[in-house]
Design a protein around this ligand. Structure first.
Ligand SMILES: *Cc1c(COP(=O)(O)O)cnc(C)c1O
Length: 546
């Protein structure tokens, strides 16, 4: 945290507006530069705070605590930091000897400037521990082939990278609510097609001051994903199947969020709704950390030299994970290309290559289901940055997306996109062939999403001959998608029993089966409810005791 007294020289150059918070963090005011200067001199403990602007109205400015509790701006925009804080190579090198939690605290101190150091450490120390992650270093880096590294982000409780953010979000949320004197219980409603629901349940489980309810389509999740959810432990969780598809769940949740009757009842009961999906800034900022951290780690292990540029390849759906890599680059992590990998739902590949976003196309269910997405919401944040915070343009483009399913960016934006990004895609056959190839050639077993990234990266090398060292984001444990991975490796047909497949995959890979998946076998189902979409409202009220 930057005390104003320490920052006098800095802030006139760096900050357009200054936010002042007094010692007990509840009175705040916005001052012009000159007024700040006087107040700064007259006052005791004061801090510089970074603002977050809304992509659809740049005049809306909130602190990070407000951005995190609100989730999305009232007029529908996403919150983005007013400026991207810089870190130097020396600072990155300095991270080498720190724990992951401390590296995270360092990055957060640049973005969550309204949080105290103690508040940030409370969040990081509770989230990034071996209580939650099966890896001392929280993430792992595996050397795949010459100069190519797999950044394994799936050693958390639900075996997918979403744990990296959803383990800390509950702490960000409860801390933020306290900071802005929202003395209310936070109620999280999640509609899920599989991974997000479980990761959110694990993150919010038994976190004081929160309650979470997850809705999933009865027929729309894998048997393992269903088992993960219906056996969920914790005293503040609820899980419910909906007789319908994912859209029914999502629409049901949305209509509850905006139901004035329910809102009033929550208000009376000292509760409020908030969101845990990836439009919340509190889910994006933790993802910047592992790109900064893995660069520091590669320097520490002398796999790259300090300042050497790397490529980052990310299997992409909602554009959250790759946007975090973009932020890391803008902060100062030396990055050459960000390579955006899609499955056959290749709306982003087309967009990056042509500047035309067009969701009017077939939707395919693939073997990398977490990337089966036609509207990548976090792209809005990137375009806001690239247009120089042009909220009018964003409203125009995303208005057109809502109305016609399509928009085209201007020529200067097309150029900017190509400076930082490359994009490619592959289908399920190529995905499985890639799993087999790297299993045979490098004895490395990867999941279907990660395989899409490897395939797109191989295509990129073949096309460009680029020799830049590269990090590939590995987003899920192969055990989470064992049916497809097994089919790729030995051609076997899917079996009824998930655990038989896990056992078989273990025989092939030799990788320890994640404890959290192995334990599920003997866990009792706690949530066997299945309801109609029309019953969701009553379910929520009953669960909240209202
Ligand atoms: C969510 C998810 C993705 C896509 O990440 P985005 O941030 O939505 O681009 C990729 N792989 C796995 C395993 C996921 O769960």
């Amino acid at each position: 945290m930057l005390l104003i007294q320490q920052a006098q020289g800095l802030f006139f150059e760096k900050y357009h507006s200054i936010f002042i918070i007094n010692a007990d963090h509840n009175k705040k005011a916005l001052f012009s530069r000159s007024k700040v200067f006087t107040d700064m001199i007259c006052s005791g403990r004061m801090e510089i705070v970074m603002f977050y602007k809304s992509t659809r109205n740049s005049d809306i400015k909130v602190t990070s605590a407000e951005a995190i509790t609100q989730g999305i701006s009232a007029e529908g925009g996403l919150f983005v930091p007013e400026e991207i804080p810089a870190i130097s190579i020396d600072e990155i090198k300095g991270l080498a000897d720190m724990s992951y939690a401390d590296r995270a605290a360092f990055v957060f101190s640049k973005y969550l400037t309204d949080f105290t150091d103690a508040e940030i450490h409370y969040c990081t120390d509770n989230a990034y521990t071996t209580k939650n992650f099966e890896s001392e270093s929280i993430t792992e880096i595996s050397h795949l082939f010459d100069g190519t590294y797999m950044l394994e982000l799936w050693h958390g409780p639900t075996c997918a990278f979403k744990d990296m953010a959803l383990q800390i979000l509950p702490y960000f949320l409860t801390t933020s609510a306290k900071k802005i004197n929202l003395d209310k219980k936070i109620v999280i409603l999640v509609a899920t097609s599989g991974d997000t629901g479980k990761a959110a349940l694990e993150g919010f489980k038994d976190v004081e001051g929160t309650q979470i309810m997850v809705f999933y389509p009865e027929q729309g999740v894998s048997p393992m994903q269903k088992r993960q959810m219906i056996t969920q432990e914790g005293s503040n969780v609820g899980v419910c199947a909906i007789k319908g598809n994912f859209d029914d769940c999502q629409n049901g949740v949305k209509s509850i969020f905006t139901d004035n009757d329910i809102k009033a009842k929550l208000e009376n009961g000292s509760m409020m709704f908030s969101s845990a999906n990836s439009i919340n800034w509190g889910r994006l900022v933790p993802q910047i950390v592992y790109y900064v951290s893995s660069y520091a780690e590669l320097v520490k292990n002398e796999q790259i030299s300090a300042g050497e540029k790397i490529n980052i390849v990310v299997p992409t759906g909602n554009f959250g994970n790759i946007l975090a890599a973009y932020y890391a680059k803008q902060m100062g992590v030396p990055v050459n290309k960000l390579i955006c990998a899609s499955n056959i739902n290749n709306v982003l590949t087309n967009f990056i290559n042509t500047g035309i976003y067009d969701r009017n196309r077939n939707f395919y269910a693939t073997c990398s289901p977490s990337m089966d997405i036609l509207i990548s919401s976090n792209l809005e944040r990137l375009l806001y940055i690239l247009t120089g915070c042009n909220d009018a343009k964003i409203k125009e483009w995303f208005g057109s997306l809502a109305e016609t399913g399509k928009y085209e960016v201007s020529d200067d934006i097309k150029k900017l996109l190509k400076q930082d990004f490359c994009a490619g895609f592959c289908d399920d056959n190529d995905t499985k062939a890639t799993i087999k190839k790297i299993f045979d050639e490098y004895s490395y077993t990867c999941d279907t999403h990660t395989a899409v990234a490897v395939k797109v990266y191989n295509d990129y090398i073949a096309e460009t001959g680029d020799k830049t060292k590269t990090i590939i984001a590995s987003t899920a444990s192969p055990y989470k998608f064992s049916a497809s991975v097994l089919e790729a490796i030995d051609g076997s047909a899917p079996e009824i029993d998930e655990y038989d497949m896990i056992e078989k995959l273990y025989e092939h890979s030799g990788y320890a089966v994640p404890k959290s998946l192995a334990e599920l076998k003997n866990k009792k189902a706690r949530f066997d409810v299945s309801i109609e979409k029309s019953e969701m409202k009553d379910f929520v009220l009953k669960n909240l005791g209202l």
